[in-house]
Design a protein around this ligand. Sequence first.
Ligand code: AMP
Length: 631
Amino acid sequence: MRYEDFYRQSIDEPERFWGEQARLIHWDTPPERILDQSRPPFRRWFAGGTTNLCYNAVDRHLAERGEQLALVAVSSETGITREISYRVLYREVNRFAAILQSLEVGRGDRVVIYMPNMAEAVYAMLACARIGAIHSVVFGGFASHNLALRIDDAAPKLLICADAGMRGGKVIPYKPLVDAALAEASQPPPHVLIVDRGLDPQMTRVAGRDLDYARLRAEHMNAEVPVAWLESNEPSYLLYTSGTTGKPKGIQRDVGGYAVAMALSIRTVFDIAPGQVMFSTSDVGWAVGHSYNVYGPLIGGATSLLYEGLPTRPDPGVWWRLCEQYGVRTMFSSPTGIRVLKKQDPGWLKKYDLSMLKWLFLAGEPLDEPTAEWITQGLGVPVIDNYWQTETGWPAITLMPGLDLKPVKFGSPGLPAPGYRMKVIDEATGREAKAGEKGVLVFEPPLPPGCLSTVWRDDERYVASYFSHFKELLYSSLDWAIRDADGYTTILGRTDDVINVAGHRLGTREIEESVASHPAVAEAAVVGVKDELKGQVPVVFATLKQDAGDGAAAVAQAMQLRVVEQLGGVAKPSRVYVVNALPKTRSGKLLRRSLQALAEQRDPGDLSTLDDPGALDEVRRALERGPDQGS
Ligand code: AMP
């Protein structure tokens, strides 16, 4: 089918379109209504239908493809590869689900999962889905404070963690971070279930609270746990993401809509049919990891390759070797991942037989043209940039090679995916921008299936964060965009204080709060500054209290350390500048955009509201002098 017709039908006749797509999954009870829009901007897809993500991802495939590989978990860190068939996956998920039940975790209870890319993380997610518990996977690169914030918001009944992760051959113990997070949290769960790979011999356990997965698994080897049939709009999982405040938002996903979006996108966007192999390099803790390392490929009856390790270890050919070995058809990674490889010998791209590889998808941050060109030529396969957000759960702007591939235009992720009523509108007037005019990317309700249902336990925040920016009820992506005459959209960056470091979304406010918690710091401003490898990096400008005592360099170093300890290495400020004053408006608002512009050697823009011009000179001098910490 032509893309244009497919898309048009999804917009003009949404109930007919999605009613047909709903047949891609198994329903225990068919939906009573395809779309319930009685309370906009909320919407309920497939209302009254009952289904289950785990059933669709595992049980449904047993008859036809029980012996086929469902998951290949490769770790270049531990050197261990595990090949797991659908039948084995079924057994493991049932054991895990029985463990959850033995710990009195049931339907609607939250379970926080803090693990690297390992098979047990997938078992844990699917086991939660099986019994109707709501998982919330927290990225392993986040440190204790970030974990504590998420625990307090989700109020979980159980936390599941690994003893440790590994990065570049170095063991990173997780358990001490869990202990610190639980000490900080006001809603700590009664139990911690530890999947111990024996990586951290020093790991300590709290008697009565901490439980050993291997021991409990042995007690449930033959368990069969019935599937909980959930109404389509019950929550399936939470995934926290950064916004403009210091408090992350719990993006809430439903069951039926998400399952349908996964079943549709794995075929038409990612061009994966049952039995084919998909390799997504994302961490399970991110939105891509949920959708295309776990649910998408498994709901689609495919094989998912899950990789723990760096793209450059043991050598920069490791991804391509895996593509050859497992016959990967579609690979999914991030522009930063490719920029890392671009620094290596391009010969690695030609060393392996990639005749099975058809597509490389890249997402999470802007894909710069030189990188797109380098990898397209190096691999000899089309590179598909696709735009989405944690909120959308699947691509909102993309090309759809599984349906009908439109021409790739470097610099643009392409055209709207089915169901996305996309517009680019003028920020001030709310009118639709003409081709070539910059505006804000918005989606008219109803959001398609798969997108967030709300913010966890905070409907008001859902409306305030996403639907209150314009007179009309529109979902604001909070991204600037521009559309060309063919309808191809290019993303020009965020309209808010969110920054994108190596494809990881971080709130500058979260980093500012962490920096400002240092007793010597009076005030801090954090901005995202362009970086050749990571897209953006966080840069701190801070003023110190008068009696700060230690020298600027010592405090700057302590600020950097504090962020790593509280938030994690992903948020580490690349540079810290100690200044005597920060540029502010007369009403006291920090002029972050001017700071960012100066740090990127650009014009600082409109300064009519600037209170003290001296503060800007102060920043200029600091930039010339060089950072007090970092390079
Ligand atoms: P996250 O929620 O972490 O996936 O981050 C979403 C944000 O990443 C979006 O709002 C964009 O700012 C950015 N982003 C994601 N994909 C792309 C892309 N293909 N091109 C440009 N920016 C992107």
